[in-house]
Write a protein of this length. Structure first.
Length: 173
């Protein structure tokens, strides 16, 4: 069975659906906050030109999901499935960002829970690549049960820490 990279996933707090070209302005309104990117390797992503490139790459990658608030339908962020490796039974979840109004854990936890539940229908392992200086993301991913298993270069050639959750280790419903 082939991995469904762009599902529609519904939770109590948020809804994830495939990213579309007409989502640019709403998603950029969220991404234009410099504090979202201050620890990220691409710290200029709040600028429209840098975000435009990121957005185009997200669409082209085919696994990008937009997050909307379940209560009012407003765009609150984005995430992506990437690098499906059927032979290793692995997928990466990354490129996640949320509006600061939705920081604090509950929305990120639900987003990752929905994505992990979906991923584990197809793979045994999910990895997350995080920049060494991105302490906020490292702590957030550790809170949902990911374990640091090493390091490697990301798709942009930057050093990244590799965190992993396996189907047998998951501790959430």
């Amino acid at each position: 069975m082939s991995f469904d990279l762009q599902p529609i996933l519904n939770g109590e707090l948020l809804r994830l659906r495939p990213l579309r070209p007409d989502d640019f302005h709403d998603l950029f309104a969220v991404a234009s906050d410099p504090l979202l990117w201050e620890q990220h390797p691409a710290s200029d992503r709040y600028e429209e030109e840098a975000f435009s490139q990121f957005f185009r790459e997200s669409l082209k990658a085919g696994g990008a999901l937009i997050a909307t608030n379940a209560k009012d339908g407003r765009v609150i962020g984005s995430s992506r499935f990437h690098g499906y490796n059927e032979d290793n039974s692995e997928i990466e979840i990354g490129w996640t960002f949320l509006a600061r109004s939705h920081w604090g854990g509950a929305y990120n936890r639900e987003m990752k829970r929905l994505m992990l539940r979906h991923a584990f229908k197809f793979v045994n392992s999910v990895v997350f690549l995080i920049g060494p200086q991105n302490l906020r993301s490292q702590k957030a991913i550790e809170r949902i049960g990911a374990v640091r298993v090493g390091s490697r270069l990301d798709g942009g050639g930057r050093d990244s820490l590799v965190y992993q959750i396996t189907a047998s280790e998951r501790t959430f419903p």
